[in-house]
Design a protein around this ligand. Sequence first.
Ligand code: DX5
Ligand code: ZN
Length: 221
Amino acid sequence: MHEVRVAPSILAADFSRLGSQVAEVMEAGARVIHVDVMDGHFVPPISIGALIVDALRELVHGRGGVLDVHLMVERPERRVEDFAAAGADSIAVHWEATPHVNYALKAVRDVGLAAGLAINPATPLEVVSGVAGDLDHVLCMTVNPGWGGQPYIESSTAKVARLRELLGPGVPIEVDGGIEAETAGATAAAGATLFVAGSSIFGAPDPAAAYREIAVAAGAV
Ligand code: DX5
Ligand code: ZN
């Protein structure tokens, strides 16, 4: 999580051939695979759960990768153990999804995983300071959570820059939503280090080539 990386989001993958889609982007160099979990409450859609993490763990870990779980669920602290047992390596919880986000972050660290704090576009970045000691990375939403394929919210670039100022240099900043080559470049310049990309990779005719193009734009390894 501390390297500059592009993280393909499987939300945009073809689930009828999920394994080969993940293998394809890992072959192209991806090592962080982003898994979007939606509960139909915190966000309207229901997406996927711990079963899919478990189904991918061997493939991803066997190729030296990590599973980066993004919980868009209410009371995420109640789900941490399931995802840890399924093979997650990092779990991001939303500040907006629980009254005590510090408990949720602690629950993630207690099971030995990297704890991410996710914030929605409308959430002031200052909320991060209250839990800065309890988190390993910040996931800055650059669209409103719930769907892939939405356009990048332009004001996010300035938010990422202010977030970088607030956090200092050591804490990874993950950007999520509407990331393609151009927005990856802009957010990289603002201080982002982890770039979630769903439809721009899996919606492209050649996902491996799309991955490589975004990785170059982001300055990723
Ligand atoms: C949105 C999810 C994203 C989504 C991004 O709620 O958190 O991770 O997969 O999709 P794109 O890259 O298509 O905007
Ligand atoms: Zn996500």
